[in-house]
Design a protein around this ligand. Structure first.
Ligand SMILES: CC(C)(COP(=O)(O)OP(=O)(O)OC[C@H]1O[C@@H](n2cnc3c(N)ncnc32)[C@H](O)[C@@H]1OP(=O)(O)O)[C@@H](O)C(=O)NCCC(=O)NCCS
Length: 171
């Protein structure tokens, strides 16, 4: 563990990590039917999530995991994809980031929710050594709910990781 102790840094409100990314879906992002590839969307989600993790930790980060993801609606070539992210909660060296993806129809002025995911990022220095991150201050009711939920999800992730590790040892 690096001596840099982020937890001694001042806690930061969620709003400081809020980020937004916009991308127009191009033919190279799509399958032969003209729908955005799931893997391409996951790549964008990873980048959008990392933006928030960087802003919260003021550090380099690596992606430790991406939780279950549902692709709710197809996204088409030419659609304007908006990805919004923020840090839900920081633990010791890791942070849970939520990313929500929307398609904006700029002609009709409407938006549709197309996917959401939770990712965990770990803060590292330039040598790849992990270090602590500042705590998160949830301010709004929504942020407080996400903060509490993030704690429950972390417990579930840990249990699942242990279960998989035990399974690998048997196999
Ligand atoms: C993620 C990584 C840094 C964890 O390192 P590790 O030595 O296993 O560290 P630990 O088990 O002590 O965990 C360190 C932190 O990561 C978290 N973590 C580890 N694995 C995790 C997982 N699968 N999901 C969520 N969080 C995870 C731990 O909960 C811990 O968080 P905390 O410090 O806030 O309590 C390491 O596995 C790694 O470098 N992975 C590759 C990352 C990468 O290259 N990503 C891009 C993929 S191409």
């Amino acid at each position: 563990m690096n001596s840099h102790d982020g937890h001694s840094a001042k806690p930061r409100p969620v709003r400081e990590s809020q980020s937004q990314m916009a991308e127009v879906v191009l033919p190279n992002d799509a399958n032969p039917l003209g729908n955005l590839l799931g893997g391409r969307l996951m790549h964008m989600i990873d980048i959008a999530g990392a933006l928030s993790a960087h802003r919260h930790s003021h550090s380099h980060v690596v992606t430790a995991s991406m939780d279950h993801i549902d692709f709710l609606l197809p996204v088409h070539i030419g659609d304007l994809l908006i990805l919004k992210s923020s840090v839900n909660r920081a633990f010791h060296t890791s942070m849970e980031v939520g990313v929500k993806c929307w398609v904006e129809n700029y002609i009709a002025g409407t938006t549709r929710h197309v996917a959401s995911a939770y990712l965990t990022f770990v803060a590292v220095d330039q040598h790849g050594r992990r270090h602590a991150v500042p705590e998160v201050i949830p301010e709004s009711e929504e942020e407080k709910r996400r903060y509490e939920d993030a704690g429950r999800r972390r417990d579930l992730r840990k249990q699942e990781l242990e279960r998989r590790k035990a399974g690998n040892q048997i196999g």
